[in-house]
Design a protein around this ligand. Structure first.
Ligand code: DGL
Length: 266
């Protein structure tokens, strides 16, 4: 089937962590029309059960696909992807790209053989992560830590606030204080929100630690899957948000930096 040049790429996250994917996508496909959807009424996904996340993601993506006919959907959220990617792929016909914790590149980068992984509580307990570890990190030590406060910190920073530095120290200590944790030289940011506060995390971890996230790989995958399609980006990108729209004003400046000019309710 022919894809309309104006058909958007839909990026979806519980909040605005997926902006880290949007930034990389803009490098790859500057002319692609993009709609960014944030389930602000459902954030944080990381504190929900698997069933709750799966139901929200499938329901919302179904409505968004029906309304906007995207050429491709990117679930720019590790929590939603590690829980619901398979299921959503079964129910929607639109091609779907998920977000997978960057364990494979981390295993190639580490020199000490000890990798830290920061994610949400829901992500770090997924079998999806166990499988990635078994497949790509054999012979390495992978230490996981749930850092839900980093999600709120990233959302606050986007709205112009200054997160409490203790949040970043606690995330670093949560990994370092595990057995063998002092050897960590590579940290996987396994939540799309976390690169938004990478500078603050770098301050807390110190300069011997390198960070890796999946955003660039996802953008490349989207570019690959849309090869040969034409793009006509007529307007500014816009964001669709669930919830009461109460903090739309606070969000405006942060979103404009990513080329998102309008915020609409779902
Ligand atoms: N940005 C999401 C992720 O990548 C989740 C944040 C949340 O809603 O807990 O995991």
């Amino acid at each position: 089937m022919d894809v309309q040049p104006t058909a958007p790429i839909l990026l979806f996250d519980s909040g605005f962590g997926g902006l880290t994917v949007l930034a990389e996508l803009r490098h790859e496909l500057p002319d692609a029309p993009v709609i960014y959807a944030a389930d602000l009424a459902g954030i944080p996904y990381g504190e929900k059960t698997e069933a709750e996340v799966a139901a929200r993601v499938a329901g919302l993506l179904g409505r968004l696909a029906e309304r906007y006919h995207p050429r491709l959907i990117c679930i720019a959220c590790n929590t939603a992807s590690t829980i619901a990617l398979g299921m959503v792929r079964e129910v929607l016909e639109t091609p779907i790209v998920g977000t997978v914790p960057a364990i494979k590149p981390a295993a190639e980068m580490t020199r000490t053989g000890t990798i830290g992984l920061l994610g949400t509580a829901a992500t770090i307990r997924q079998a999806y992560v166990d499988n990635l570890e078994a497949k790509f990190a054999q012979g390495k030590l992978l230490l996981r830590h749930a850092a839900p406060d980093l999600v709120a910190a990233a959302e606050l920073k986007l709205r112009g606030g200054t997160p409490d530095p203790a949040i970043f120290t606690a995330a670093a200590e949560g990994l370092r204080q595990q057995a063998g944790g002092e050897e960590i030289d590579t940290v996987v940011l396994a939540c799309t929100h976390f690169p938004l506060v990478q500078d603050e995390l770098a301050g807390a971890f110190g300069n011997k630690v390198q960070f890796i996230d999946g955003a660039q790989g996802i953008a490349r995958r989207i570019a690959y899957l849309t090869q040969g399609q034409s793009f006509d980006r007529q307007d500014d990108d816009f964001a669709i948000v669930t919830g009461d729209g109460q903090d739309n004003e606070a969000l405006r400046g942060g979103l404009e930096r990513y080329g998102i000019g309008r915020i609409l309710p779902l």
